[in-house]
Design a protein around this ligand. Sequence first.
Ligand code: SAM
Length: 258
Amino acid sequence: MEKSSPPLYTERAELYDLVYQWKDYRREAQQVRSLLREAGVGAGSRVLEAACGTGSYLAELAWDHEVAGFDLNEGMIGQARRKLPEVPLWQADMLTVEPEQVGGRYDAVLCLFSSIGYLWPQDRLREGLRRLAALLRPGGVLILEPWVRPEVWEEGRPTLQTAGHPELDATPVEIYVARAGVSSSREVGGLRISVMELHYLVARAHHGVEHFVEHHELWLCPMEVLVDAVEQAGLVPRWLDEGLSTGRGLIVAKCPAP
Ligand SMILES: C[S@@+](CC[C@H](N)C(=O)[O-])C[C@H]1O[C@@H](n2cnc3c(N)ncnc32)[C@H](O)[C@@H]1O
């Protein structure tokens, strides 16, 4: 099933870091670092982020790891390259990626901020996880942050976020972004899919105000289904209720050593 990517990941990727300026990547990367240490992946090890977006986790983890990343969308990779000119970054799809495309196998593969939620139905999820598992060396670790758990999803909830930035793209412009939506969901082939229709207002100095709408559909995948899919990929998962963001949990999965 082909799905087109939302503008925030493509032609409007320059807005991504502004929209998520509230997110504490430094604190979350520190949590990831601790989990990696516990799993035996220490400083200096090779870490790959799948669906790395604009590279905000990589920027933090680059302090003490050899990092690399890939993402489906060139727009996101373009932003990441500007931030991290020294870091190897590739355009690749979790559904087709192979080790040769992304610098071989790694001590750890990360897939964070719910990027896995875009992989549905079940056969796409399984294929994506199988591909991510194949990027690990034996004994390596996958850290997977799911989308919101179905039991905590709030239907019909309005959201409004605003963000402003005095300087974007190193030009002396002022820019403000407002993003509003109301959460909903639909049934597709027995799966519950969250649907977010997000309206953006972008006010840019000397440019006026622009409006665009984007559509996200992520699977409200039950925890047991996700854990099972990680096992099917040949990994040994551990579920953590307390993850990086509220209501999402986290999976830390080990690739068995031979
Ligand atoms: C919510 S963003 C997270 C980006 C980054 N991990 C972060 O935390 O800022 C979701 C990302 O998943 C990427 N993505 C979606 N489907 C993908 C796929 N099949 N393969 C690789 N990347 C994908 C999108 O392009 C987007 O960059």
